[in-house]
Design a protein around this ligand. Sequence first.
Ligand SMILES: Nc1ncnc2c1ncn2[C@@H]1O[C@H](COP(=O)(O)OP(=O)(O)OP(=O)(O)O)[C@@H](O)[C@H]1O
Ligand SMILES: [Mg+2]
Length: 352
Amino acid sequence: MDKTNAHDATRPAVGVDIKNLYKVFGDQPKKMMPLIAEGISKDELRDKHHHILGLRNINLSINPGAIQVIMGLSGSGKSTLVRHINRLIDPTAGEVWINGKDIIRLNRWALRRFRREQTAMVFQKFALFPHMTVIENVEFGLRVRGISYKKRRVTAQHWIERVGLAGYEHSFPNQLSGGMQQRVGLARAMANDAPILLMDEAFSALDPLIRTDMQAVLLDLQQELAKTIVFITHDLDEALRLGDQVAILRDGEVVQQGAPQEILLQPADDYVANFVRDVNRGRVIRCRTLVVPGPIVEGPDLGANLTLEEAARQLGSTGHDQANVIGNKGQHLGSLTIGQILAAMVEPSKAG
Ligand SMILES: Nc1ncnc2c1ncn2[C@@H]1O[C@H](COP(=O)(O)OP(=O)(O)OP(=O)(O)O)[C@@H](O)[C@H]1O
Ligand SMILES: [Mg+2]
């Protein structure tokens, strides 16, 4: 794509392994660990011992090049968790393995270098420098790293164009709409070319239409970049659209993790079921998730990637009541009946 070296495609994606991670806020967090090991509740720890349980025994493996979504109610620990990945927060106990190193044990110098080279963060409140132009904001990280003026300008320009802001290079943030400012934030994160991108409610402040646009921009960039992205959101539709994997937090614990469709089809408990209740299942679940393996049936072919809504429409128009499901390469995967499709569209299945 690119004469500018804006992205080094040969650089391998980097996974993140979080192990037995605990975070307690308060004066003597380590002293609380035995109580926590005994299973004290977050409320009791707060009321009786004046400490806040931020995270309890988080174990999460994030695959290189995947988008990991973190969801949960306000206060469930999402920001606390993501800030451990670049160690803006030190844990009370636990490990965060990246590139073969436990970053919790890096010294100050190594940590600074790790943050600068391996991670970039996009915030909800854009966090742009108001006195710098768009291009100065985007190239900021490169300037800090001592990259020459000419080189960093070329890279910054590339990303400004990639996020659709060509022509605004010399505008100041307060001359841009919220959606445009968020594009600057994204371009700035991309310009650093860090393999890990941390996005804490990055799109939550945007209008719905602009938000959908930004999701498309991100997915489009991701096609090309395959970064490891940790994306925090309150919004289930956003989670399902973006996430390869979703983890749901409650009171500092992961209550369920898995592919979005798994969470939708088999919510682990009422808390998760509440989250997924209002989703338009017909637009999210795809035929491949439901397909029943077996011989070829009398009926039309449906692509495995079709949503149930599309599948129901296509099948309905043929007059058949069942169809074959066909994979990417034209292979037969199995079949589905119209009844199975419609049932999955309306009824939250508790089948495990
Ligand atoms: N610096 C701190 N000192 C004390 N308690 C904290 C601190 N930071 C977070 N907490 C507590 O830790 C818990 C998790 O907070 P966190 O900010 O991670 O939640 P969140 O899921 O990101 O919420 P939101 O959706 O509102 O952003 C909350 O109970 C919060 O009060
Ligand atoms: Mg938060």
